[in-house]
Design a protein around this ligand. Structure first.
Ligand SMILES: [Zn+2]
Length: 339
């Protein structure tokens, strides 16, 4: 999402109690082999430093959680959401996806994907030391959550071959860079950073009109270091990793599709932010650049993956954040798949 001028910080971590209708994957599934190891990272913060991964096809998917908790009031995020509709859905949203005071619970995370060929990091979260005055919980933060989670999953920054950003918003580019010797340097020293050329051009134009701090500290330094590659919105890295255009949230937002024989998994980025939007795909948050386009993209994305084997690895759904899309009346739901 785009940085917004809402002053209240993330107040508390998401409650871990499971509730609501989200069923778990049948235990006899042969498609997904789930592994779980509790990391010895000295962190007891729930999801933060756990080594949880899903194996699907011949790829392995790790969640790298940086932050999770109530983010903003649901009624503020969705301009067309009525209090009545929120009331009617509270029973299945709360407490995991909706806090007691009706704030939507968001997770902020990256995914690291190990394919037979490469290690790919999708979306790079919030980052440390970044000046973000309008969002106090991100502003100049210096926690070890991201790096601990990366290490707990068995990766070092030198292991990442490619960084792919679904779009260039502040919470998807943060760990592209880190502060070293007073300079923003690429966090992943040998990675190629694959960025939609059209998305980059759009934000270059916006940055020229009004300077965007996250573009300056987390995108441009990667360009200057010569580690960025600007690609088409339907770029294919190889036989396992490809982009699919999903415009609306930003003009050239892309989803990352994974798997050799069709999509074993897909990373929709900010095509949707909350399970409430699966249920009601026409709910567009105020931070979508084109709300009509994003609503169309959201519905066609959910329709495309409905009742398929594809794991939908969301950017912001509360933990476990990953699920399979099934139908729910005129909308959809994402049935959780939990390591
Ligand atoms: Zn986002």
């Amino acid at each position: 999402m785009q940085e917004a001028g809402i002053p209240r910080p993330l107040g508390k971590r998401a409650q871990s109690t499971r509730s609501g209708p989200a069923p778990t994957l049948p235990s006899d599934s042969i498609l997904v082999d789930m592994g779980l190891q509790t990391a010895l990272a000295g962190h007891t913060g729930g999801e933060l430093a756990m080594n949880k991964f899903l194996s699907v096809g011949d790829i392995r998917i790790h969640r790298i959680v940086e932050l999770e908790g109530p983010f903003l009031p649901a009624l503020d995020i969705f301009p067309t959401l009525s209090a009545q509709l929120l009331d009617a859905n509270r029973h299945w949203l709360a407490p995991k996806a909706l806090s007691r005071d009706d704030w939507l619970v968001f997770c902020f995370q990256s995914y690291v994907v190990r394919t037979p060929h490469h290690t790919v990091l999708v979306d790079s979260c919030i980052g440390n030391d970044k000046v973000r005055p309008t969002r106090p919980e991100w502003n100049l933060k210096r926690d070890e959550n991201f790096m601990r989670a990366l290490a707990a999953s068995g990766f070092s920054v030198g292991d990442v071959d490619f960084v792919m950003c679904t779009h260039l918003h502040v919470d998807h580019v943060g760990w592209n860079t880190r502060l070293q010797g007073g300079r923003w340097t690429p966090t992943f020293p040998k990675a190629r950073y694959l960025i939609s050329k059209s998305e980059f051009d759009y934000w270059t134009e916006q940055h020229a009109k009004t300077p965007l701090p996250h573009f300056a500290d987390s995108v441009l330094p990667v360009m200057e270091a010569g580690q960025a590659e600007l690609v088409h919105d339907d770029y294919a890295l190889d036989d396992h990793v490809r982009l699919a255009p999903t415009p609306g949230h930003t003009p050239h937002h892309v989803a990352v599709c994974l798997g050799q024989d069709g999509d074993d998994a897909v990373m929709p980025g900010d095509v949707l932010h909350s399970p409430l939007q699966a249920r009601y795909p026409e709910l567009s948050p105020r931070f979508d650049v084109d709300k009509d386009a994003s609503a169309k993209t959201r519905r066609s994305f959910l329709e495309r993956y409905c009742d398929t084997r594809t794991l939908c690895c969301t950017a912001h759904f509360p933990s476990p954040s990953i699920g399979r899309v099934t139908r729910w009346d005129d909308g959809f739901r994402c049935d959780s798949v939990e390591p």
